[in-house]
Write a protein that binds this ligand. Structure first.
Ligand SMILES: Nc1ncnc2c1ncn2[C@@H]1O[C@H](COP(=O)(O)OP(=O)(O)OP(=O)(O)O)[C@@H](O)[C@H]1O
Length: 386
């Protein structure tokens, strides 16, 4: 254990072909992931996709059915939790209600029978680290949610773990405190150089905190990348929709040199787009599915703007069927060929008005159309994933 200063350092974690089953049900399949020392990873995905199971398997609370977990090159797959050098922080804080702040923080040190002077010094360091100087003797039941979360963080860090596992640690906090705690946890993790893995179903939280986001889909890795990569370059309709690009329509795609031409029932004319600008995963001409975010599109009144203004855009024509005010923009539901599309616009458009929805090439994600994909109304196909 570190005796002076905060010199905790992260370690690498290698997850190789990891599978996990509960009884006869396989919940994680062939997970491969390399985590660098000091990296902050977020495991993101809808309820039941296996995020917590992966975290608990790394911690050693759930056995692996196959595959390996290596920490700093050492195979820890068969080791008990206390031998893995990982500390876990939970959503529920899991503090001892009958103990003071200092007693809670020192608990893991006392059960490891650390010398008293060292325990006292470490508790004081942790209090300073999480901004709770002066709270040592306060009972934890007399703390706010944010303060309790800091105690839980201090207790997890007290043993100088090279790896910090965070299981939805902020979801019990109110929205304002959650935002500030995001930054506090992240800056502490960077300051200490720890390797951290966060489980969350909140994509904004994942993007705000992590260096890399791993999106899980039914126990497999759907995509792992920087927040920018998964947001702007999703590799599948599942990732695109999970990252908010839920508007979708079926198109027919044709490559023409360095341009892509899109046509379809819901599209006005033919969209002629520079191939470099579009996130297209389609290599062959034929049926495809387009996905885009409602805040990346804009609404135009047909005839009010020149057609030249819409070059490099995909234009869909429809009618406003609903609007709601979000504070900075109006969110409109636009009925396009019988399917609802959600589009943000700074000005409120009346219900029933005919509008064009213009989507810039850079906001388009195009994937191969398989089966009935994208033939369904926007959102319906992915409704269960949110
Ligand atoms: N102890 C258990 N025994 C049997 N099945 C379990 C157990 N824990 C979880 N599962 C199942 O394993 C699957 C993955 O669960 P897990 O808790 O890892 O998902 P998650 O992505 O963390 O979900 P959430 O966001 O709701 O916490 C789910 O289908 C769940 O029902």
């Amino acid at each position: 254990m570190t005796q002076k200063g905060f010199t905790m350092k992260g370690v690498s974690i290698e997850i190789a072909d990891l599978s996990v089953s509960y009884g006869g049900t396989q919940v994680l399949t062939g997970i491969d992931l390399s985590i660098a020392p000091g990296e902050f990873i977020a495991l993101l995905g809808p309820s039941g996709c296996g995020k917590t199971t992966l975290l608990r398997t790394l911690a050693g609370f759930v056995p692996a059915a196959a595959g390996e977990v290596r920490v700093d090159g050492q195979d820890v797959t068969g080791l008990p939790p206390e031998k893995r050098g990982m500390a876990m922080m939970f959503q529920s804080y899991a503090l001892w209600p009958h103990m003071t702040v200092a007693e809670n923080i020192s608990f893991p040190l006392r059960i490891r029978r650390q010398p008293k002077a060292m325990v006292t010094a470490q508790v004081q360091r942790m209090l300073t680290l999480v901004g709770l100087d002066g709270f040592a003797d306060r009972n934890v039941t007399r703390l706010s949610g944010g303060q309790r979360q800091r105690v839980a963080l201090a207790r997890a860090l007290a043993v100088d773990p090279p790896v910090l596992l965070l299981d939805e640690p902020l979801s019990n906090l109110d929205a304002r405190i959650r935002l500030s705690m995001r930054h506090e946890v992240k800056s502490l993790q960077k300051q200490l150089g720890l390797t951290a893995i966060l489980v969350t179903h909140d994509r904004e939280e994942a993007m705000a905190m992590a260096d890399r986001v791993v999106i899980l889909d039914h126990g497999t890795v759907a995509q792992a990348g920087t927040p920018e990569e998964i947001y702007h370059r999703p590799v599948s309709p599942y990732v695109a929709a999970f990252m908010g690009a839920e508007n979708t329509c079926a198109v027919s795609l044709r490559h023409e040199g360095d341009r892509i031409a899109l046509s379809g029932q819901q599209i006005r004319g033919t969209a002629d787009l520079p191939v470099r600008a579009v996130n297209s995963r389609v290599r062959q001409d034929g049926p495809a599915a387009v996905f885009f975010r409602g805040d990346a599109a804009r609404i135009a009144v047909p005839g009010e703007t020149g057609s030249g203004d819409r070059d490099g855009h995909l234009t869909l024509s429809g009618r406003v069927s609903l609007h709601s005010y979000l504070g900075n923009v109006y969110r409109h539901t636009v009925d396009i060929g019988g399917s609802p599309f959600l589009v943000d616009h700074p000005v409120r458009m009346d219900v029933g008005v005919a509008v064009d929805v213009c989507v810039p090439a850079a906001a388009l994600h195009i994937f191969e159309r398989t089966g009935s994909a994208a033939a369904t109304p926007a959102g319906e196909q992915f409704a269960q994933t949110h």
